[in-house]
Write a protein that binds this ligand. Structure first.
Ligand code: SAH
Length: 247
């Protein structure tokens, strides 16, 4: 289970925090670290704070976008210090760890942590299936980045040790499959006349993302859903609503 979990750090400013995260991860048996546009990396400060977890730093993947960091992950969890006004499925670290331990074997999960000063943007949180919040003083809720990773990693370590071998089952759709499904869904909703220029398409798409992301859709099921979308597009084109052949 632990080898299927990726820790993703978005635009970390202080290299020392990256080192602290590597150390926290190695302590708890995690090894997959992805860095989205870190400000300074590699760096001596990161290596110093890693205190022996330099192998994780050396193996860390530096990428140019969050999408790239999560492309091969079926489940994405965003860690947020603030409780959001948007109603997104929210987990505490223990529940998140139990849920991950119960996923089908081989399910790749990303846990995404935000910038020291501003956290994750709403757009980034919308890429996540769940939000993870560590209970803390509401008036001072933001933990140091490496401390937040430490708490989550500890719960994952305990959950892995509880012997959850993962339930057998079909593979869930990964980030890339979900992204192309959402693009297809949005095009279809335009083709059948559900989305108009006037209607707020971003907010409708956000709500739809939430519904489909929380359904933990299997890769095979995506084919079924996309087949339905294609049929709806053909039917709309036949009825003269709009040409659906542009996919
Ligand atoms: N000032 C930022 C917090 C940045 S802390 C804000 O208000 O959003 C850096 C990152 O550590 C956060 O983006 C989040 O991923 C994680 N983090 C810090 N405190 C957390 C908490 N209480 N619960 C969950 N994640 C937390």
């Amino acid at each position: 289970m632990l080898s299927d979990i990726r820790i993703v750090l978005v635009e970390t400013t202080h290299p020392g925090n990256i080192g602290g995260v590597a150390r926290a991860m190695k302590n708890m048996g995690l090894s997959d670290l992805a860095l989205v546009l870190p400000k300074v990396f590699p760096s001596e400060q990161a290596t110093a704070r890693a205190s022996g977890a330099d192998d994780l730093l050396a193996a860390a993947r530096v990428v140019g976008s969050l999408e790239e960091a999560i492309a091969d992950c079926q489940v994405v969890i965003g860690a947020s210090a603030r409780l959001r006004t948007i109603a997104w499925p929210e987990l505490d670290p223990r529940t998140a760890a139990a849920r991950i331990a119960g996923q089908p074997e081989g399910t790749r999960t990303a846990i995404v942590f935000g910038r020291e000063h501003s956290g994750l943007t709403n757009e980034e949180l919308e890429r996540c299936h769940y939000l993870l919040h560590i209970a803390s003083n509401p008036e001072f809720s933001s933990l140091n980045l490496a401390c937040a990773v430490q708490i989550v990693a500890y719960e994952l370590y305990l959950a892995a040790g509880r012997g959850a071998a993962g339930r057998p089952g079909a593979a869930l759709a990964d980030g890339e499959q979900m992204a192309s499904f959402f693009r297809h869904l949005e095009r279809t909703l335009h083709d059948v006349g559900f989305l108009h220029e006037r209607r707020s398409s971003p907010s409708i798409m956000r709500r739809l993302r939430r519904i489909f992301n929380s359904a933990q859709i299997e890769a095979q099921e995506i084919h079924l859903l996309r087949g339905i979308l294609t049929a709806a597009q053909h039917s709309a084109a036949g009825a003269g609503i709009r040409n659906a052949e542009e996919n």
